[in-house]
Design a protein around this ligand. Structure first.
Ligand code: MG
Length: 382
């Protein structure tokens, strides 16, 4: 009689779960419509251990003004989700994620870290890259966009010289954190100096309702691929009005976290496309769901990120690789262009302005645990 059983590796018990809260220094200040990043980024790292000693890694990349505080990600994983994970089998991944969704409200970055680590560990034991576990590959080279957000624009001009030399095809100007004249000056200067870049503009909710339409019209005259989240996340009706007034596509980012927001955004017609992030959706699978819902409503999708290390970038890259609905590229630039030092043991793979999706098991690259320990401000178990 034929036995119908999983291999013992793929059915392995999860026996350990370690969590770190780290602060990683950054190269410069960055300003956004909702707030600044100064000094360092705060990340929470997760390591799952299987009964044979194999490990899988995940990252939560919270930002206090956007998704939540790092202490919440740390507590969600170390205190509330650990009892749902340790002692379970890897083959129960969907059940573990469904339990996590019910056990902890919000904390989407922690759930993304958990699903990433489950997929990384499963992939390593099965000998498959994470994108294979998510449905197979639709794209293996993802065009990379780098964000321009330094209040010192001369420093960003120097960065753009480097980006041009590196073959980066797209930049995203962060706008709405100073005055409108500063945004227009930068747009004019970029158009004159770097005509080779495709341009996107992201307000990160930075415009006030009374002058948003006039400013969006001005910026649209520069012909960017899209203008992203000009007003506050909850201003759905205003987003819909701006979409109607704008001559270039309007993207939603902070307005759409998971599938539930996507359903409302589509019903209320607030955008032409959406920025998809595993840290907003609460995992890679839910991010794929958001992208498919967007496509079903005739909307485009962009592969966004938070202030991540190469580990978070890898999770996003595997998700995008398996998600043909995400057609506008990605922004996994922080590991190479923003952090003083990444945590990956090998550089996050970028070639000729594209992220190269790994084809080796799991996420394909592991972090260096010594670097995580060196930047840790809390650890559990301590
Ligand atoms: Mg954005």
């Amino acid at each position: 009689m034929t036995q119908n059983r999983l291999t013992s590796q793929m059915d392995a018990l999860i026996t350990g779960m370690d969590v770190w809260h780290c602060q990683l220094p950054v190269r410069s200040r960055r300003d956004h419509g909702i707030g600044a990043v100064v000094g360092d980024c705060e990340l929470v790292f997760l390591r799952l251990t299987a009964e044979d000693g194999s490990v899988g890694w995940g990252e939560a990349a919270p930002w206090s003004v956007f998704t939540g505080v790092p202490e919440a990600s740390f507590a969600a994983l170390a205190r509330h989700l650990r009892p749902l994970v340790v002692g379970r089998r890897l083959s129960d991944r969907a059940a573990i994620m469904a339990d996590a969704q019910r056990a902890v409200a919000h904390c989407t970055e922690a759930k993304a870290a958990l699903e990433t680590a489950l997929l990384d560990l499963t992939g390593r034991l099965a000998g498959l890259p994470v994108w294979m576990l998510l449905g197979g590959a639709a794209q293996r080279r993802i065009p990379l966009s780098v964000s321009i957000a330094n209040p010192d624009f001369d420093a960003d001009l120097a960065l753009m010289e480097r980006l041009a030399a590196d073959g980066i095809p797209m930049i995203k100007l962060k706008a709405g954190f100073a005055d409108h004249a500063f945004d227009i000056m930068r747009l004019e200067r970029i158009a004159q100096t770097f005509p080779q870049f495709r341009l996107r503009v992201d307000y990160n909710q930075g415009l006030a309702p009374d002058d948003a339409e006039a400013r969006v019209r001005d910026v649209a005259s520069f012909g960017p691929d899209f203008i992203e989240q000009p007003v506050a996340a909850h201003h759905f009706a205003l987003m819909a009005r701006l979409r109607a007034a704008c001559t270039v596509p309007l993207l939603a980012d902070e307005s759409v976290f998971g599938p539930e927001d996507m359903a409302r955004a589509a019903a209320e017609g607030i955008c032409d496309g959406v920025s998809i992030k595993i840290m907003k959706s609460g995992g890679l699978t839910r991010a794929q769901t958001v992208a498919r819902m967007a496509a079903a409503h005739g909307l485009t999708a962009y592969g966004g990120d938070m202030f991540e290390t190469g580990l978070g970038h890898l999770a996003g890259a595997h998700m995008i690789a398996a998600t043909p609905e995400i057609t506008l590229g990605c922004e996994f630039y922080q590991a190479r262009y923003y952090l003083n030092e990444d945590v990956l043991a090998e550089p996050f793979p970028i070639e000729a302005g594209h992220v190269i999706v790994p084809e080796t098991p799991g996420l394909g690259v592991s972090p260096d645990p010594d670097r995580i320990d060196r930047h840790a401000v809390a650890r559990s178990p301590s």
